[in-house]
Ligand binder design. Structure first.
Ligand SMILES: [Zn+2]
Length: 292
């Protein structure tokens, strides 16, 4: 397969902050044999119907727009949630069908999983999603087959490739870029990254967002936006759930990543929302503004 052609992109002037939500439930954990097995999922208590509306209300109150990446598994069980997100004017996007890492699937498996998800989400929403994020940012570089599949299937935007090892290669671009593959092209918009503990980290969400002082996250955001790179933040409905079920048996590292600072997240999120005067936008809002 020939190497893809990569063209860096930026917005003219200061870039916006982009809010993305991965719509999955508390038990959708990659890398854990017990929780990652979809055959077990129907036995867990579903919380997303409770936790997602809390987040939607927060965003509606202040007029923020976001991209919501739905798992196909969630869209089939909760089509009403997909419709509600659409009714509130947000972008509806896809996060794969059963939260499998992209690099652990063949191209054919990735396509099957992607199309199954898109079908479920499109059926619930009545429109065809054009943005995608793989589970756990698991497209490790532009040359992986998953991006070719996404371009061939007509996706306009992907948000799965990071320069943060081991999730992605350290040589990946930090800012948005167009990837041209033989099947077509797609715009890649990476998450907001910064440094911590002597290494690159995703700071626009997850445990670093919950751990780092808000000023440190703000400095990373400002550096991106000043460079014309959208600052992409990512949260999950379960991070806003005061009744998140305990997860016995989760490995220590996964436990840290999942639970660190969880009780204070809703307050931190609100402080972050209020910090800048402008509103959050969705990925599809920023695409037309990106240029070489
Ligand atoms: Zn996910």
């Amino acid at each position: 397969m020939p190497s893809p052609v990569i063209t860096p992109l930026r917005t003219p002037g200061r870039a916006p902050r982009v809010l993305t939500i991965d719509v999955e439930d508390w038990f959708h954990v990659c890398g854990d044999d017990y929780y990652s097995d979809p055959r077990r999922w129907p036995r867990f208590v579903a919380r997303v119907e409770k936790s997602l509306p809390v987040l939607l209300d927060r965003l509606s109150r202040q007029g923020h727009r976001a991209t919501f990446f739905f798992l196909g598994w969630i869209a089939r069980r909760h089509p009403d949630l997909v419709r509600e997100v659409g009714r509130r004017g947000h972008e509806i996007a896809v996060h794969g069908d059963v939260h499998r890492r992209a690099h652990e699937m063949t191209a054919a498996e990735f396509r099957e999983d992607l199309l199954r998800c898109r079908e479920a989400v499109a059926e619930a929403s009545g429109s065809t999603p054009r943005s995608h994020r793989a589970a756990e940012w698991s497209i490790r570089a532009a040359g992986e087959p998953a991006l070719s599949v996404l371009a061939a299937e007509g996706f306009a935007c992907d948000a799965s490739v990071t320069p943060v090892p081991p999730l992605g290669r350290g040589s990946n671009p930090r800012g948005p870029h167009r990837v041209e593959v033989s099947a077509g092209s797609i715009v890649e918009v990476p998450p907001l990254t910064g440094r911590g503990f002597g290494r690159p980290l995703i700071v626009g969400g997850g445990w670093p967002f919950r751990m780092f002082a808000p000023d440190r996250v703000a400095a990373a955001e400002d550096a991106f936006r000043s460079a014309g790179w959208p600052a992409v933040f990512t949260f999950h409905p379960w991070e806003f759930d005061a009744e998140h079920p305990p997860m016995e048996g989760l490995a220590p590292l996964l436990r840290l990543v999942h639970f660190y600072g969880l009780p204070s997240l809703p307050e931190r999120f609100q402080t972050w929302l209020d910090r800048e005067g402008d509103r959050c936008v969705a990925l599809e809002d920023v695409l037309p503004r990106l240029a070489a």
